[in-house]
Write a protein that binds this ligand. Structure first.
Ligand code: NAP
Length: 286
């Protein structure tokens, strides 16, 4: 990705999706500001990139944070019922600050009623299309890091709270970062909706086989209980309900997608799941 002179603001810059993106853009020489909601988070990003403190619940702070920005990227917090309000505030602030383009981090198959956190994103997509802004919508599939949450490395068991036989299309986290960085820094992505999914359809059983090859020891897969998957996640009760709805949906349908758009945006072949494992776990088996 060529270094650009655009001033890009990343909302959610201290989070799991935002921080690697901020680091990637800053490393490439792109003028980027990370929007964080506290001084503590700003301190954590010191030396990574410029930061600006604002709150998605406070429209005036957003208008100040967006001053002079050409592109705003909205990465919403996970399982947050306030996402539509936050989006309305950010869209209004971006409009009044004269931002050139608003990029929204949605999700694959946003319009899925059985998963409230997906369906909320479909409402935000409509809000954006009805605004006066130029926009781009990215709809990522499950990240590779997400199923790996369910791996118990000591017992060598993969225990997702859903069927091991449903199809997904996990996207390598670094491929996602690189693709979104291209979409933010390059021209010509206005009014596009991009489904970003990995290169191959995989079940948890397939992922388990890849893990067995990578680790060199047998890994077993079995569907686990939602309670076990939720342990230690520190979700609020409403977020927990939404996670349970997601597990039930995955159990019944999986979340398949297609990798062709990702390849187009990257300008190269995306990483396979086996290649992602090799990067994460090291070694040359994959
Ligand atoms: N994981 C996947 O497989 C996947 C796939 C597709 C889409 N997604 C979507 O990706 C999005 C981001 O997920 P994530 O895991 O990166 O989220 P995350 O780690 O929770 O990051 C969200 C960030 O938003 C910040 N934030 C929360 N409330 C705020 C407020 N009122 N004002 C300003 N900032 C606020 C948080 O700040 P603090 O650090 O101060 O808490 C946090 O840094 C989610 O919407 C998710 O649905 C995820």
């Amino acid at each position: 990705m060529p270094g650009g002179s655009q001033d890009i603001v990343i909302i959610g810059a201290a989070g799991r999706t935002g921080r690697p993106l901020l680091e990637h853009l800053a490393r490439g020489g792109t003028a980027v500001r990370g929007l964080v909601r506290s001084e503590k988070r700003a301190q954590e990003l010191r030396g990574v990139a410029a930061t600006v403190v604002a709150d998605l619940a406070d429209p005036a702070s957003l208008t100040r944070a967006f001053a002079g920005a050409s592109v705003v990227h909205f990465i919403p917090p996970l399982f947050d019922k306030a996402e539509e309000t936050y989006a309305a505030n950010a869209i209004e602030a971006a409009t009044s600050a004269g931002v050139g383009r608003f990029v929204y981090h949605s999700v694959l198959h946003a319009d899925t009623r059985q998963m409230p956190h997906h369906h909320r994103k479909a409402a935000v997509e409509r809000m954006l299309r009805d605004s006066d802004l130029a926009w781009t919508i990215v709809q990522p599939a499950m990240y590779v890091s997400t199923p790996l949450l369910y791996l118990d490395p000591r017992a060598m068991v993969f225990r997702p709270p859903f069927s091991t036989r449903r199809l997904f299309r996990p996207i390598d986290n670094e491929d996602l970062t690189a693709a979104v960085a291209n979409i933010l820094a390059q021209q010509g992505h206005e009014f596009a909706v991009y489904e970003l999914a990995g290169p191959s359809p995989l079940t948890i059983d397939d992922m388990t086989a890849a893990l067995t090859t990578q680790i060199g020891k047998p890994v077993r897969a079995e569907a686990g209980a939602p309670e076990a998957a939720l342990r230690g996640r520190n979700f609020a009760p409403e977020a927990e309900q939404e996670a349970r709805a997601m597990y039930a949906y995955y159990d019944a349908h999986g979340l398949p997608g297609n990798g062709r758009v990702l390849e187009m945006i990257l300008g190269r072949a995306p990483r396979s799941f086996a290649q992602s494992l090799a990067v994460r776990f090291g070694g040359s088996k994959a």
